[in-house]
Design a protein. Structure first.
Length: 294
């Protein structure tokens, strides 16, 4: 049985070229081009990398983008003022505040302050609520990227048992909802497993589709995988690696080399879910402009 590599990088590239075409058409007919703003607080390495990749993607597609950088010492009040200004700025169609935020700032308060119609990360309770009800909204970027990847590789989800490892509000919980909905991809029977799950190994082994999103490198081993299962590895933990120029590399939640010979399909790390997350954010940015009637 040959294993299929679910190439997020290549898939994201084709999504970007579709978006670039849509933007070029808008430009040609004198319509507004989508404008994404990103707010970056402090110097967190992962956050800087992600935000730079998002800005670069905007350039590739032909979106306008603004990067607003602030020192980690910014007060909550000052950041909320930045959010308010972005909410009120008609030129900006959507914006993100890159998480995590410094400890002295309440992430929930900041998320709640974002205008839901500009919340292209899909984290505002209004968007989460609409997602649960199946109403038009901005879907959280990583779960939406995972579902899009399954769709583009024509992976059958209907009636399948999907186990999601990790119940975060950014990945695990929303993807469990999206895959259980009456849609395609969707119609899965979903188990949301986490640190309190008993018989975790057996639960994982029963999965036709296993989504690992717990942030523990190499957590999923071969004895947790059903032969032929589809594995989506959301993990992106930085581990020291002297052979790399940066001095580190990204490691997934799945022990790739051990599992690759058992599973039917798997996403690599890097080059799997990461690029799809950024592609989803770009889809949301274009939708923001359309939903706001521009």
């Amino acid at each position: 049985m040959s294993m299929q590599l679910l190439d997020g990088k290549a898939t994201a590239a084709s999504i970007k070229s579709e978006l670039a075409e849509a933007v070029a058409k808008r430009k040609a007919s004198g319509m507004k081009v989508p404008h994404l703003a990103a707010v970056l607080i402090g110097e967190d390495g992962g956050s800087v990398t992600y935000v730079n990749a998002k800005v670069k993607s905007c350039e590739e597609i032909g979106f306008e983008s603004s990067l607003l950088r602030y020192d980690a010492s910014i007060t909550e009040e000052e950041l909320l003022k930045v959010v308010q200004d972005l909410n009120e700025n008609d030129q900006i169609d959507g914006f993100i505040v890159q998480l995590p935020l410094p400890a002295h700032i309440d992430e929930n308060k900041v998320t709640m302050a974002i205008d839901p119609s500009k919340d292209v990360d899909g984290f505002h309770p209004v968007n989460i609520g609409k997602m649960v009800l199946g109403l038009p909204c901005f879907l959280p970027a990583t779960p939406a990227g995972i579902v899009e990847l399954l769709k583009r590789y024509s992976i059958e989800t209907s009636g399948k048992h999907c186990v999601v490892l990790g119940r975060s509000t950014i990945v695990g919980t929303p993807v469990s909802i999206m895959l259980s909905r009456n849609s395609n991809p969707g119609n899965c029977t979903v188990t949301l497993a986490h640190s309190r799950t008993e018989n975790l190994k057996e639960v994982c082994k029963s999965a036709d589709i296993l989504i690992a999103a717990i942030g523990k490198p190499d957590f999923v081993t071969s004895d947790m995988v059903k032969p032929g299962a589809v594995i989506i590895d959301v993990g992106t933990t930085r581990v020291d690696d002297a052979t790399k120029k940066a001095g580190w590399r990204l490691k997934g939640d799945v022990k790739f080399d051990e599992v690759k010979d058992i599973c039917g399909a798997i996403t690599p790390v890097p080059g799997g879910v990461g690029p799809m997350t950024i592609a989803s954010l770009m889809i949301n940015t274009l939708r923001a402009m359309e939903l706001n009637g521009k």
